[in-house]
Design a protein around this ligand. Structure first.
Ligand code: 6PG
Length: 474
């Protein structure tokens, strides 16, 4: 630190906060950390080397060490803890200071907090940070939103600490207000969708083909060398290698099949419903996590509700080839849903999002990083206004159209075996829905008009129409 004080402060020295502090200091910036819990401050002091890092146990001393105008980042759990930190720190902040929320806050909360602070001339940035503990330490993907001038103040730090892909930092200014937290929310919705698809592929191999953990490890690791290359496939392969210290068995089989969640995927679905942008693969991903928690009922139903034998009868090699291609096609389809939601939100909230830039910063550091993002980025580079990713010549016309046979084969096989694969099924239905110039919504309109005089539009004339339908007998 120089005589003017530390360049940035960090409130919240849990693993994420501490790792980000270490990462910031590694890049030559001075950073002071604060946490209410003195043991966390000590943990930081223990890991810190050199002059660039300092930990403080008292908030006034922490504030006193910062260079003015101050830049303070919070890395605390979303929700009430963020408001509590804001309450604690506000008396010490002055006009011109900048407060940054680096957690997974709900974007509407960010809007309100930014408004409250703006009244005191304090800037507020909502920054989605992805990549978990390792990402925070060695390079996350960062999704900042707020006033551009405020971002410019911390840009040199963010560009250094973020992950880099081919020399480009995985961070860029995304838009005003809560744009950053919004994009992070959709990132997490995509994370849920991709995880659900991978989980279904696991179920189909495990139950359908009776494959061992070892065999599946090898499949995922082979897939990771193909167009499926991604962080989530890579960690999936590694998971099948892990041995449980307690039992000496594969750890995966000792983990209870009840998926938890902190809400970001659900928010994405709720947002998609509010903005009326279909995101069915994300919806079912949330729903299947919910269903997994009904373990007792599932156990009871498994004894009483009979279904077909979940054993695949056809050619195993062919099935695995279908599965790999179905996963790739579905991956593109779920990205198409997420990007379409971002496009609509951008218009609805005035974010002016650059979808190419978003695909760029998701190529490294974050949980959904994947080879396919290079193609998604290219799709928006060649056509910034692309209405849906599936209309891109490579991703839609070439890749998904070519793999649709595989996706259909997997959906059919899953239905025949009675293995739930709603991620694959809804991805296929989204694709088929999108490529249907004619959908049966005319019947829905007729029914609405029949029972509620809700009116309908016609194919041959503008305006709204109502019919006196035949009276119902019953
Ligand atoms: C990330 C992750 C991270 C967090 C998830 C977990 O981008 O680094 O998304 O933010 O681990 O939010 O979410 P659930 O607990 O809801 O699965």
């Amino acid at each position: 630190m120089d005589e003017n004080g530390f360049e940035i402060g960090m409130i919240g020295l849990g693993v994420m906060g501490r790792n980000l502090v270490l990462n910031i200091a590694d890049h030559g910036f001075s950073v002071v950390g604060y946490d209410k819990d003195p043991s966390r401050v000590k943990a930081l002091q223990n890991e810190a080397t050199g002059e660039k890092i300092r930990g403080e146990e008292k908030i006034d001393e922490f504030i006193g060490r910062l260079r003015k105008p101050r830049a303070v980042m919070m890395l605390v759990p979303a929700g009430a803890p963020v408001d509590s930190v804001i309450r604690d720190i506000l008396p010490y902040l002055e006009p011109g200071d900048l407060l940054i929320d680096g957690g997974n806050s709900f974007y509407k909360d960010t809007v309100l907090r930014a408004k409250t602070l703006a009244e005191k001339n304090i800037d507020y940035l909502g920054v989605g940070i992805s990549g978990g503990e390792r990402g925070a330490r060695y390079g996350p993907s960062m999704m900042p939103g707020g006033r551009r001038e405020a971002y410019e103040r911390v840009r040199p730090i963010f560009e250094k600490v973020a992950a880099h892909v081919n020399g480009d930092p995985c961070v860029t200014y995304l838009g005003p207000g809560a744009a950053g937290h919004y994009v992070k929310m959709v990132h997490n919705g995509l994370e849920y969708g991709l995880m659900q698809l991978i989980a279904e592929s696991y179920d189909l191999m495990k139950r359908g083909l009776g494959m061992s953990d070892e065999e599946m490890q090898s499949i995922y690791s082979t897939w990771n060398q193909t167009e499926l290359n991604s962080f989530l496939i890579e960690i999936t392969a590694n998971i099948f290698n892990a041995i449980d210290e307690r039992t000496g068995k594969r750890l995966i089989d000792e983990i209870l099949d009840e998926a938890k969640q902190k809400g970001t995927g659900k928010w994405t679905s709720q947002e998609a419903l509010d903005l009326q942008v279909p995101a069915p693969t994300i919806d079912v991903a949330v729903g299947m996590r919910d269903l997994s928690v009904f373990k007792k009922i599932r156990e009871e139903a498994s004894r009483s509700l009979q279904g077909p034998s979940p054993v695949y009868q056809g050619d195993r090699q062919e099935f695995l080839e279908h599965l790999k291609n179905a996963l790739y096609a579905s991956m593109i389809i779920v990205f198409a849903q997420g990007m379409a939601l971002l496009r609509t939100a951008s218009n609805a909230y005035g974010y002016n999002l650059d979808l190419r830039a978003i695909a760029s910063i998701w190529r490294g550091g974050c949980i959904i990083r994947a080879g396919v993002l290079e193609h998604i980025r290219e799709a928006y580079r060649s056509k910034p206004e692309l209405a849906n990713l599936l209309l891109d010549s490579k991703l839609g016309h070439q890749d998904v159209v070519r793999s649709q046979g595989d996706l259909r084969a997997i959906v059919i096989a899953a239905a025949e075996m009675g293995i739930p694969a709603p991620g694959f099924m809804t991805s296929l239905a989204y694709f088929d829905g999108l490529r249907s110039a004619i959908l049966p919504a005319n019947l829905i309109q007729a029914q609405r008009d029949y029972f509620g005089a809700h009116t309908y539009e016609r194919v041959d004339e503008k305006g709204v129409f109502h019919t006196e339908w035949a009276p119902v007998k019953g």
